[in-house]
Ligand binder design. Structure first.
Ligand code: CO
Length: 211
């Protein structure tokens, strides 16, 4: 059997099982979505947002890219954040990195990966700002894992700097921002950072919303 066919067959079985345990499952979801969470994670196939958090369809609005970056010029990401915050009114945004991230390792090396070199460059900037802390972590893999954590924090800061987040903070005291790191080796999420609405930021990043 061709490998992709097992996905279609598994889908038939999954849908039937959902209906068996909850006959209205799809009817409810087909009407609307009201997710409380926006997940910004790595594209890595080993970190499926719903599965590692035990959530069901309808619970998490998701954006994934290589190394879970929040890039202000990424129209895709910014559209997702804007829709999640302004229309879905999510209460929490989770930026989730993972130890052993290939994107982070690539940024820490001199290896060339084509267009990804530009995508990943902001990770080198994060290294540059925290060079001593990263080098003190140990060998290459330990340094990469430290950079995974720092990168997650940097992406939270990128969210704080955005007008969409600041406006929601001023008007509705949400969303709360969370920085997590997933451990591929034991399946556990580490809860590392939390930034509450209205958290301090340098004056230069603050927009004036006339209040
Ligand atoms: Co990754």
């Amino acid at each position: 059997m061709e490998s992709y066919r097992k996905l279609l067959e598994a889908n038939q079985a999954w849908a039937a099982e959902k209906l068996r345990t909850s006959p209205d499952f799809f009817r409810g979801l087909a009407k609307e979505q009201k997710p409380e969470f926006l997940w910004i994670g790595c594209s890595d196939s080993r970190v499926p947002a719903e599965e590692v958090t035990g959530t069901q369809p309808g619970e998490i609005f998701t954006h994934r890219n290589i190394a879970n970056l929040v890039n202000p010029t990424d129209l895709n990401l910014q559209g997702v954040v804007s829709f999640a915050v302004e229309f879905l009114k999510v209460k929490h945004i989770i930026v989730c990195g993972h130890y052993g991230c290939g994107g982070i390792k690539a940024a820490l090396s001199k290896q060339r990966y084509g267009i990804l070199d530009d995508w990943l460059r902001q990770i080198k900037d994060t290294f540059f700002r925290h060079e001593d802390e990263v080098r003190d972590a140990g060998g290459f893999d330990a340094q990469a894992d430290k950079l995974v954590e720092l990168n997650v924090h940097e992406q939270l800061r990128n969210l704080v700097k955005s007008k969409v987040i600041q406006q929601a903070w001023v008007e509705e005291r949400r969303p709360t921002l969370h920085g997590w790191v997933y451990n591929l080796s034991d399946g556990r999420l580490k809860n590392l950072y939390k930034i509450e609405p209205g958290a301090h930021m340098h004056d230069i990043y603050q927009f004036d919303f006339g209040r």
